[in-house]
Design a protein around this ligand. Structure first.
Ligand code: NAP
Length: 268
């Protein structure tokens, strides 16, 4: 059985490693392949997904194109993008599992994150990774603030009464009311400048999460840990989002365990 990840480029993907771990663990006879699809070919590829693909993950830049050719679940329909396609009743279906991955990992590490007062998230960044995360945490929280260097992109995520958009200058005033702070920018990633923030105004029981996973401990997480704040790294999101495809394709919810984390960590 063939499954894989489509994107352009896809060579950097850790998904083959993640799925190979689960194939071995659950005794599944399948291969997970890298499927580079050039942007000019994407529309035709997803419009007629070749029969040999039992299911595929979709990564940048094809998430929106793929969504135009699939039966979407509620999450994918709201976001207008997919990262997981599967076959069901003779049709190709799609969902977006990044938000699930973020929330499942956060819940595994901080089970009471939704109960921490004042139930307010400060999300820094409004690029491609932000919409699924904002969408996934919105039902659980009272208020979400999205800050971005380019304020107009944050404004696209605003929901009256629930999700407010800001420029970065709003950060110091918002930190004292954050029970959850998340870096969704590429700052802190290998080769990028750090996201430098004075965390002193954060409540003592605030949770600080970063979706960057290379390095595993970003400068933001190091600063949070030095203040004894609870931290959540980005690797768990990557692993948990992959469970959705595995379940859709093979009917098993795979476990995200330490052995899997160690295998992926060894490649960073
Ligand atoms: P993206 O679409 O390129 O967005 C980049 C974001 O970073 C934008 O909000 C951008 O602000 C901001 N940014 C970049 N440089 C900046 C700077 N010098 N100062 C202030 N803001 C800056 O990227 P993405 O797809 O959202 O991904 C963001 C990061 O998350 C990447 O490191 C990616 O590897 C990681 N990621 C992790 C997972 C996971 O599973 N853990 C999943 C997806 C992504 P502007 O809008 O102003 O440019």
């Amino acid at each position: 059985m063939s499954v894989g990840v489509t994107g352009w480029p896809v060579a950097h993907s850790r998904s083959p490693l993640i799925f190979a771990h689960w194939f071995e663990r659950y005794g599944i006879d399948a291969i997970y392949q890298l499927v580079p699809v050039a942007p000019d070919d994407a529309d035709a590829f997803f419009a007629n997904l070749p029969a040999r693909w039992h299911g595929v993950n979709v990564t940048i830049p094809h998430k929106r194109t793929a969504a135009q050719h699939a039966v979407l679940d509620e999450t994918a329909a709201q976001l207008g993008s997919v990262n997981t396609l599967w076959r069901e009743d003779g049709q190709v279906h799609g969902t977006s599992s990044d938000g699930h991955g973020f929330v499942a990992n956060l819940t595994a590490i901080v089970p009471d994150w939704t109960a921490r007062e004042p139930k307010t998230a400060v999300i820094i960044g409004a690029g491609g990774a932000a919409p699924p995360i904002v969408h996934a945490i919105t039902p659980a929280l009272r208020r979400i603030h999205v800050l971005n260097r380019t304020r107009e992109k944050a404004a696209e995520l605003a929901v009256p009464g629930r999700v407010e958009a800001h420029g970065m200058e709003a950060l110091p005033a918002l930190l004292p009311e954050a029970s959850l702070l998340v870096n969704v920018t590429s700052l802190g990633m290998v080769g990028q400048p750090a996201l430098s923030i004075d965390l002193a105004p954060l409540p003592r029981d605030a949770v600080v999460a970063d979706i960057v996973y290379d390095p595993l401990e970003t400068p933001l997480l190091a600063a949070a840990r030095s203040r004894d704040l609870v931290t959540v790294d980005g690797l768990g999101m990557l692993l948990h989002q992959a469970t959705v495809g595995f379940e859709k394709w093979f009917g098993i919810v795979p476990e995200v365990d330490e052995a899997l984390r160690a295998k992926v960590l060894a490649t960073l």
